[in-house]
Design a protein around this ligand. Sequence first.
Ligand code: ACO
Length: 331
Amino acid sequence: MSNSHTSVRIAGTGSYLPERIMTNADLEASVDTSDEWIRTRTGIRERRIAAEGEFTSHLATKAGLQALEQSGIAPAEVEMIIVATITPDTLTPATACYVQQQIGALNAVAFDVSAACSGFLYAMELARHSVGAGAFKNALIIGAEKLSAFVDWSDRNTCVLFGDGAGAAVLVPSTNGDGKILSSHLGTDGAQAELLNIPGGGSACPVTLENAPEKLATLAMQGREVFKHAVNAMKRASLEAIESAGLTSKDIKLLIPHQANLRIIDATVERLDISRDDVFINLDKYGNTSAAAVAIALDEANRQGRIAKGDKILLVAFGAGLTWASAVIEW
Ligand code: ACO
């Protein structure tokens, strides 16, 4: 995609993780797995689980309010809200509509983006062009997931991998001397849709009384195949965004990758000329939070002072679709 008319920067970030921690030891009690297997195969030690009455929109709202506070933009001034999620509160309306109401952003248009783990970066690209073209003065983008509601808790192949959470960022036009989003790259391969999906609960396969025991409205994944595609796509997407920013890997101060599996991150980093010390990792604490993962990691890196003004950072993600996405940002 071409660059926007006006450059766009990130004016604030936020995140929210539910209070309840589920450790690998907790999972040992319910499925045939072990802390050792989960740690060595994925790097995950624990994940957060939303409370019963806590929905994706509630997580998104908390992250969104934090990002707005840091940006100094009041809810009533927000012009666009995009929520990236594959675990919406309801199939319709969009989760962004609930967030608009909960935040009190009554002047904002609000809609969802469904691009799985790449969703936050897809939302960022849409917002960048909308704000850059002057159609909207600002945008609040949020990645939020309550994956615990769409996991088969008796399937050890998937239930150990996922967690709940939300991350957010506010995008505004960039003026001289500010940082900006330098480049991005998005891609999709619908031919691989079967590798990772939630087969039931949509129009293709509604959940009925008869098929309810099959738990079709839960995540199904061919893990090994997804793994291979993930490493290739993350590498390619990273290089595309770095190159179109006119940079080399050496210029990247911090890589913020999708937090699915430490082995995927390590294999990707090996193929890029980026030091392992310059990679932000928090999947040990949260597991894979799909669209929220890059957004939460960006906020944590920002608040921990891992990013200084002028630093070039690379965000890259990969997920169901298959989808992949990357962005290089000058902070
Ligand atoms: N505990 C213990 N054993 C397990 C578990 C578990 N939780 N899960 C699987 N196993 C067993 C399997 O049954 C298999 O046993 P077998 O050899 O007797 O058949 C063995 O462990 C090895 O299984 P593999 O699937 O080959 O394990 P692998 O090393 O590939 O790791 C994993 C599995 C972690 C899922 C990995 O393939 C992976 O990370 N894939 C990518 C997932 C991903 O990145 N998804 C991202 C997108 S998510 C989104 O978009 C929403």
